[in-house]
Design a protein around this ligand. Structure first.
Ligand code: SF4
Length: 331
């Protein structure tokens, strides 16, 4: 499913910047350096759209996910949800707004309280937001468990009695309980077996079809992304370097970094072959990113200009895509 230009975004990140101060040893040490985890990210997610945010570990994609649901405050920039800044909300407004955007993490154990049964965990959000109680609450929990493919009996079990895939389903049921419109899935299926991954991906697609949910699918797994995303944004060292409808990006990546990432990924379609490109070395430090194009020390196509001048974002309007590279012509 390809969604053409976003007109009314549900979620909009505007020039998001998140720098983390790095303190030296000692209690009174002052922060002299900053990790530039996110450095000017703009991104939109339309209602019902699945946008994947991909890149190597440490590129800043999880930080973007946390900023979009206000688990972190930005250094600068803004996030609009339905046209309203989520950082302008007071504590009471934020608590109410949290119903509309949720996050599911990679490790379900981190979000499940081992002392609570599955039923109590799923009911928690419904109780906090006073959405149901008594018999209606129990029915709602049973319905949510059914929606994520669990049995009503699972409500009485504790997290340690469940498999990893079952725990992740509970995490998704918890997120769904408050009827959000947008969910950040932060590597939410990365730790699961391939067969369980496929089940959860089908579940997410089914929930999108039934409820019109939008997702930001944060992942380093491009094969998985190709199965679920409408649009893909590729991050490198705190910046989005390419963004395109998923089918176009996988068929013809434009940015040398995207090309290298895809070349390192198994191709699901045996008819298609890709020239293997080499992506040498580790990403440079986000404390002191290289001048010019941040990718230039690893780019096989770098020219002298790349070392000096940061490339501007080029829009290829006819294909609804954009990329940040000196070698790409706008069109
Ligand atoms: Fe490579 Fe230069 Fe393009 Fe950066 S701007 S991706 S270094 S060719």
């Amino acid at each position: 499913m390809t969604i053409e230009p976003v007109t009314v975004p549900l979620v909009e990140a505007r020039h998001l910047v998140k720098h983390f101060p790095v303190r030296g040893p000692g209690f009174f040490a002052r922060a002299r350096e900053v990790v530039r985890a996110v450095d000017g990210v703009s991104l939109q997610v339309a209602p019902g759209e699945i946008v994947a945010l991909v890149g190597e570990s440490g590129c800043g994609k999880s930080t973007v996910g946390r900023l979009l649901v206000r688990l972190l405050d930005p250094t600068s920039g803004d996030v609009l949800f339905d046209g309203e800044s989520i950082f302008a909300l007071g504590p009471r407004e934020l608590r109410a707004a949290r119903r509309r955007f949720q996050i599911v993490f990679q490790d379900p154990d981190a979000s499940l309280d081992p002392r609570l049964t599955v039923g109590q965990s799923v009911a928690e959000g419904l109780e906090i937001h006073r959405l149901a109680r008594g018999r209606a609450l129990r029915d709602r929990v049973a319905d949510l468990l059914a929606q994520v493919g669990l049995l009503a009996d699972h409500a009485a079990r504790y997290p340690h009695e469940l498999s990893g895939g079952q725990k992740q389903r509970v995490g998704i049921a918890r997120a769904l309980a408050v009827e959000p419109r947008f969910i950040v899935l932060d590597e939410a299926v990365s730790a699961l077996d391939v067969s369980v991954q496929a089940q959860i991906v089908n579940l997410l697609l089914d929930l999108r079809a039934r409820r019109g949910l939008a997702y930001l699918f944060v992942s380093h797994d491009l094969a998985l992304v190709s199965q679920i995303a409408d649009r893909v944004a590729v991050m490198y060292l705190g910046e989005i370097v390419e963004e395109a409808p998923a089918d176009r990006l996988f068929a013809k990546p434009l940015h040398p970094y995207t090309q290298a990432l895809l070349a390192a990924t198994p191709v699901p379609d045996p008819e298609r072959t890709r020239q293997r490109l080499l992506l040498p070395g580790e990403p440079p430090s986000a404390i002191d990113p290289p001048p010019g194009c941040r990718f230039h020390p690893r780019c096989a196509r770098a020219i002298e200009r790349c070392r000096i001048e940061a490339p501007a974002r080029r829009e290829i309007a006819t294909e609804n895509r954009r990329a940040t590279c000196h070698l790409i012509d706008a069109g």
